[in-house]
Ligand binder design. Structure first.
Ligand code: ZN
Length: 405
């Protein structure tokens, strides 16, 4: 199957008309960042969703709409999108789990969603399968097996930025595998265009293409591999935890490792933990531990370690690092051993790991000797940990800079 992306933007297009935001302004400046409402032409026969001026968009992409036999809508279209071009068959929405066989050999099946709208599974004459989901939508009923999945799709097109958990659900059900081509569509003004958008999508194992691109289903494009080990550095409240969570939002069953433990009677701490928990997807599991080595050694779903600074506090407590005498005799050596055990486990791990740590070294010099000791040891730990990571980011004011990877 050959697919032409007539549009790849949100229903109102990108930039949104009259939107004063910085993302829309940036999109308006770059021609390749302008995106019409998402519409996809399959083998010049099936048109998934209509976009304002689809015939014009098709002509720009070097395609004609003359051969279109079926127009399918995945979500209610309003405004100019409903302008119906002459010569196209009337659009329709296939009812849930209804099958439609076309004379061209394509088969179409409606997929149940957890939001208004319909997803479409299109099977080509040669058996390749693609899944197309409407904006802000995720499939429903995958967990209970109401939508049986025989094998991973060859290609899925969905709102990766707006609904990352849709991808997590498809991965969990086996509908998206390592060879599935994940294409982001319905792109809205949530993420700055260009490198920032591509960085966010690459972390989810997805990619975006400009309007007018033609893709071949089953021909896997050159997408950067999802890094196995990532370290996210940042100062206090820099947005480093949010960045780490976003990186794993499209993966199922993530284990969130809270190294802070529980602090009896500390209301402020409890409130922080609750706020973190509420932000995370319900399918994630939380474990409160500083025992990271066994977690890294055993196979399993991705780990989000938040954070290394608290792990270090615990390790320094354990080795008696705050007592000058003990630190000089045995404490520093014991800490070295703990850090090197952690770093070797990280090197050997087969799991996807995203770890968060504080970047404290560039601030003012701490007044106390224990403060200086902690700052120095955290700098060393971050350096050693980063040495084993394929990907290292520094977050400042919510903006992630790629230091490595
Ligand atoms: Zn905007």
């Amino acid at each position: 199957m050959e697919l032409t992306l007539l549009g790849t933007g949100a229903p109102s297009g990108l930039p949104r008309p009259d939107c004063p935001c910085s993302v829309c302004a940036a999109c308006a400046r770059g021609r390749t960042n302008t995106r019409a409402a998402t519409a996809v032409l399959v083998d010049s026969t099936v048109l998934l969703d209509l976009t304002p001026g689809p015939a014009f968009a098709a002509a720009r992409a070097g395609r004609s709409l003359h051969g279109v036999r079926q127009v399918l809508l995945s979500h209610p279209h309003e405004g100019p999108a409903t302008e119906f071009p002459a010569g196209l068959p009337a659009p329709l929405r296939v009812a849930e789990r209804q099958d439609l066989a076309l004379i061209s050999g394509h088969r179409i099946r409606a997929v149940a969603l957890d939001s208004p709208g319909t997803g479409y599974q299109v099977t080509g004459p040669d058996g390749e399968r693609l899944l197309y989901l409407p904006p802000r939508a995720a499939p429903a009923g995958l967990e209970e097996g109401r939508e049986p999945v025989s094998s991973p799709y060859d290609m899925v097109l969905l709102d990766v930025i707006g609904r990352p958990e849709a991808l997590a659900r498809l991965r969990e059900a086996g509908a998206v595998g390592p060879a599935t081509d994940v294409v982001a569509v319905h792109i809205d003004h949530d993420v700055p265009p260009g490198p920032e958008l591509h960085r966010r999508l690459a972390a989810a194992g997805a990619h975006a293409e400009p309007d007018g691109t033609t893709l071949v289903v089953g021909e896997y494009p050159d997408v950067p591999e999802i890094p196995r080990r990532t370290l996210v550095l940042g100062g206090a409240r820099s947005g480093k935890s949010v960045e780490a969570e976003q990186r794993l939002a499209s993966f199922p069953g993530v284990v969130y490792v809270a190294t802070g433990g529980t602090r009896e009677g500390d209301a402020e701490w409890a409130a922080r933990i609750t706020a973190h928990k509420e932000r995370r997807p319900a399918s994630w599991r939380t474990t409160e531990t500083c025992d990271l080595v066994p977690l890294l050694e055993e196979p399993g779903p991705p780990l989000l370690i938040d954070c290394l600074a608290l792990w270090l506090t615990d390790a320094m407590d354990t080795v008696g690092a705050w007592d000058d005498q003990r630190w000089a005799t045995v404490g520093s050596r014991m800490l070295r051993e703990r850090v090197s055990e952690l770093v070797s486990a990280l090197r050997e791990t087969r799991r996807t790991v995203v770890a968060v740590s504080n970047e404290v070294g560039s601030g003012i010099v701490p007044e106390t000797s224990s403060g200086r000791r902690f700052r120095d040891e955290l700098g060393r730990l971050n350096t050693e940990f980063a040495g084993e990571c394929e990907h290292v980011l520094l977050v400042t004011a919510g903006i992630a800079q790629q230091l490595r990877g």
